[in-house]
Design a protein around this ligand. Structure first.
Ligand code: M6R
Length: 370
């Protein structure tokens, strides 16, 4: 039940911190080693994995894109992310050393199920990241790593998304541990940082919700939005854009920030709202400056700019009309917090327009047809 919340979506966004904490729970031991006993794939098999292909649809595919950045960095093997409905029809290269990771909240998405069947027929192992115990996708996979987000009722996926990202991080750290691509201390350090993420998400919920609602009120009449992000901010931009189109029926497009001058900037006109995910400025992060100059460029063309940026960012207020703040956190883990104001923003926009945020038109919670 909604437990006093105006909508399931509102309740579920507020369960983001819990979804992250519960998905971490029981997946490490006292020494800080990752323990995935439930994943019944032998260590010898894991050691030989030389490529990962994530198959998923919609929001789950964006969790897969975040996973790509983290796992490639930690494990040094290529990670491809493929929309499940495209995968099977292009005759993908699959070997017994390929690990296919099927990400699905419902575990019943037909496109994803067909993709994993294809992968298994070709001799690859399939690991499901799923939120629903005993659903078809985990049943038909070689192994499953459950997300513990709890039942997700609203059609727009929110808490399941952050839980999927956490499960993918755990898989990456586990692979790094098994393959020896990282020192144990490094793995422990990242695990500690992951354990801090629920409270950082909570900070956003406690301190930014009012700010986000004000922004939604200001933009209620906007006809379209552009979302820009770079590195792990790119899948966050895509997810923010999907949320807004899905429940507020607003035309949105998400882009990699670097693409701006290769086309999308032509869309920017006076008053066009542009949402930008700004990477941390700490450590003289070169990406920070590049994204800031992207904001500068759209601002110069009259855009209304909304930034998601780190507290203490020295440059952002100069160019952004509105800032949604995130607490300081490691770049690879930042999607867990950066998506939260965008989930709230989509919900606020839909509510202000009087739409049913839990049951958007034309959409089903799980798409069980191809
Ligand atoms: O149940 P799944 O995770 O397999 O669903 C995949 C997509 O259909 C789903 O994420 C969809 O994009 C959501 N409605 C997004 O909010």
């Amino acid at each position: 039940e909604k437990g006093g919340w105006p909508s399931f979506m509102d309740k579920e966004i507020h369960e983001d911190p819990e979804a992250v904490a519960n998905t971490l729970l029981g997946r490490f031991d006292d020494q800080g080693d990752i323990v995935l006993d439930e994943v019944h794939i032998g260590l010898d098999v894991f050691r030989q994995i030389d490529k990962i292909i994530v198959v998923a649809c919609g929001t789950a595919s964006y969790a897969g894109m975040v996973a790509k950045y983290a796992i490639e960095h930690w494990v040094r093997i290529p990670v491809e992310v493929e929309l499940a409905h495209e995968f099977r029809y292009r005759d993908p290269i699959l070997t017994p050393r390929t690990l296919v990771v099927a990400i699905s909240q419902s575990g019943e998405t037909m496109d994803t199920l067909m993709a994993l069947r294809h992968a298994r027929e070709q001799g690859s192992r399939v690991l499901a990241i799923c939120n629903t115990q005993g659903a078809s996708i985990p049943r038909e996979s070689d192994a499953v790593l459950y997300t513990h987000a709890g039942p997700e009722i609203a059609v727009a996926s929110t808490k399941a998304f952050v839980a999927q990202i956490v499960a993918a991080y755990l898989l990456g750290l586990y692979l790094a541990q098994v393959k020896g691509t990282m020192y144990r201390d490094e793995i422990r350090h990242i695990l500690e940082q992951l354990k801090d993420m629920p409270q950082k998400i909570q900070w956003v919920l406690d301190n930014q919700a009012g700010n986000v609602e004000q922004a939604a009120k200001r933009m209620i009449n906007a006809h379209s939005f552009l979302f820009l992000g770079r590195h792990v901010g790119y899948p966050v931009a895509l997810e923010g854009a999907l949320k807004l189109k899905e429940i507020a029926y607003t035309f949105t497009e998400g882009f990699a920030a670097g693409e701006l001058k290769h086309g999308p900037i032509a869309l920017v006109d006076a008053g066009e709202p542009v949402v930008v995910i700004v990477p941390s400025a700490r450590g003289r992060n070169i990406l920070h400056n590049k994204v800031i100059s992207g904001i500068e460029e759209v601002k110069a063309r009259g855009a209304f700019t909304i930034a998601v940026a780190e507290l203490g960012d020295p440059d952002v207020e100069q160019y952004a009309d509105v800032v949604f703040w995130r607490p300081v956190c490691p770049t690879l883990l930042s999607p867990l917090v950066d998506v939260v104001p965008l989930q709230l923003f989509a919900m606020d926009m839909a509510m202000l327009k009087g739409y049913d945020v839990d049951k958007p038109r034309n959409l089903a919670k799980s798409v069980t047809v191809e």
